[in-house]
Write a protein of this length. Sequence first.
Length: 440
Amino acid sequence: MSLPPANELKRTLTPAMLWGLGVGYVISGMYFGWNLGLEKGGTLGLAAATFFIIIMYATFTFSYTELACAIPKAGGAFDYANRAMGKHVGFIAGMAQNIEFIFAPPAIAFAIGAYFNLFFPQIPIVAIAIFSYIVFTALNIYGVKAAATFELVITILAVGELLLFAGISLPHFEFKNLQQNALPHGWKGAFAAIPFAIWFFLAIEGVANVAEEAVRPQRTILFGFGSAILTLVILCVLTFSASVGVAGWEAIVYQPGGATSDSPLPLALGHIVGNNNFMYHLLITVGLFGLVASFHGIILAAGRSTFEFGRVRFAPAFLGKIHPKFQTPSNALLLNMIIGIVALLTGKTAEIITISVFGALTLYIVSMISLLQLRKKEPLLPRPFKVPWYPVFPVTALVIASISFVAMMIFNFKLAAIYFLIIAISYQCFRVFGKKAYIF
């Protein structure tokens, strides 16, 4: 049964736009946050964690592409799990996806505020962050094509800036800097660094959430996922090596006063050209593009995820309504903005990131199980793209994601309890009220 036109999204996204979205969702992870994993694991610990996380994302991305091409709907993991294992598992997958996409932007918004505050210290960081939320939510409401075009342009600039940083830093690379205090807390530090390794690639799966708005989705999704993960792996290796290789990992974790910093690239560049050099200020200025690209892109994906929840009545039905003029999920975008601003006002950036990663890993685990189930349950389901080396790829992604989830629980027990509490309360609400109650 087809959906009524009032609830359908317009197909306007091209392959280049999907690449821009895929890279844009993630690229802020190259600019901030990942370096805090060095404090946990040192160069070797974070490198080991990142190595396995790259394998997880490579195998997961190709596996997820099969699902996205076979079931090109805005709900992403929710739709796949719902079809494979029923509405209850589907609800949990959808909630995990919502938690990932709704809780990641507040952390990025705070980083945007911190960057602007360097130039305009008289304006509070939180005020800039809230203003960013309002502006980019409005852009997403205006239209997905305009939003995706903006994302493509700003992502190209952000990628160019990372390549420029690598070009300036790599001539000063010294291998001995990678060996300085390389494993300060032993191999357990590698497990503690997992959330920060994941931050390098978090939210690339958001490409699947715009599948319903892609032109010829079976082709464009494959291009979007494949080209995006290749670009991100190259940028990850370049950024990691160029940053740490300049003066060791401590130099891009600790500020001169001893406090930790989530701005590794400016710290690394400061050791090469000094803090008053034109290139230093250029990096800080253009570095904003990376943060804005991810912030804006994840807001876009989050809107589609929440919209699908409302459209199938797993959440209040008004969330599944399309704006009559702009044909975008305006209600879902506005609700996500309100929740994001509330999270932002808590000031718990690191904790918010960790909860978002818990949601992501749950999504990865359930999605890979869904893929395995659908291969058995619906062998005749049209699959324009099939993951290579099945079942090695999905099983590999499933195993690494599961190990990562357990490791994160061990090192973040209180935050894991909060995450499970959010899932449990929302699930109980779903069971009590059910789909039919959500009619307003």
